[in-house]
Write a protein that binds this ligand. Structure first.
Ligand SMILES: C[S@@+](CC[C@H](N)C(=O)[O-])C[C@H]1O[C@@H](n2cnc3c(N)ncnc32)[C@H](O)[C@@H]1O
Length: 249
């Protein structure tokens, strides 16, 4: 049987919606988020800095994340190589899912390096644990996060990466505050997002982001993150790299 194009597969991928009921349209209590009744069916009707937040991919979509064609479509190995990880690095894979990216990174940081694989779904973490054990990988630590926090210690990671995840955060401000706090000064925060600028990228709109929007959302003084570069080597995604600054610089 011929494999389905990725866009169609993403279309049928199960999603879970964990959005809180806003009780109608309008801004939230703090005025950070806005709820709109007229919205994309693949979004949760909650907007942040004028961008609609996407529905979270449920654990039943793990097979899609692990699909054989993903390497060819998304060039994951090239993505990981372009991060230039070093032996001994502590890396946080936020929204790790079933561990596809964690497992690729884990090999690059031996000896002594480790991946903190954070997700909010127990089923994803279970599957990640099973898959990495089967592959004989021992330097991945599953971490249960919440929709507002990655649950990592302050200044504990050299690099925090979110691959096809950031656009799903129900509380992007709170999450990025936590991610930034967990990153060491001089460490990197990386977003890998499907390019909204390119209409040929076969992914649903709320799962894509422009470079401009991503930089705008992360340029908040509380995060102490400075955009350093955008690496454009992948067929579908851009790799946005931010560096954690000392606060007040
Ligand atoms: C599309 S999957 C990507 C998985 C993985 N990064 C990959 O590329 O294979 C998005 C994952 O992000 C997780 N996620 C969504 N919101 C999250 C949050 N606030 N904190 C941690 N994980 C989250 C979901 O549970 C899901 O497993």
């Amino acid at each position: 049987m011929k494999s389905l194009p990725a866009a169609i597969v993403l279309l049928v991928c199960p999603i879970i919606s964990i959005a809180q009921d806003s009780g109608g349209s309008g801004p939230d209590f703090e005025g950070r988020y806005e709820f709109r009744s007229n919205h994309d069916p693949n979004g949760i009707g909650k907007f942040y800095m004028d961008r609609e937040i996407a529905q979270v991919m449920g654990f039943a979509g793990a097979g899609w994340l692990e699909r054989k064609t993903r390497e060819q479509e998304e060039r994951l190995s090239l993505m990981v190589r372009s991060l230039k990880l070093k032996a001994g690095d502590v890396v946080a894979d936020i929204g790790a899912g079933s561990g596809v990216i964690s497992m690729l990174m884990a090999q690059q940081i031996l000896p002594r390096g480790k991946v903190m694989a954070v997700d909010i779904q127990n089923e994803m973490l279970l599957r990640l644990r099973r898959r990495s054990r089967r592959a004989g990988i021992r330097n991945i630590k599953p971490v249960k996060g919440t929709i507002k926090s990655p649950n990592l210690k302050p200044e504990s990671v050299d690099l925090a990466i979110m691959v096809d995840v950031y656009h799903e955060f129900e509380f992007p401000y709170e999450m990025m505050l936590g991610v930034s706090r967990a990153t060491k000064i001089g460490g990197r925060v990386v977003l890998v997002e499907y390019r909204m600028e390119d209409p040929t990228v076969p992914i649903k709109l709320v799962h894509k982001m422009t470079e401009e929007q991503a930089i705008k959302e992360l340029r908040q003084p509380e995060f102490s993150l400075k955009w350093t570069e955008t690496v454009n080597v992948l067929p579908w995604q851009h790799i946005l790299v931010f560096t954690k600054q000392k606060s007040g610089t």
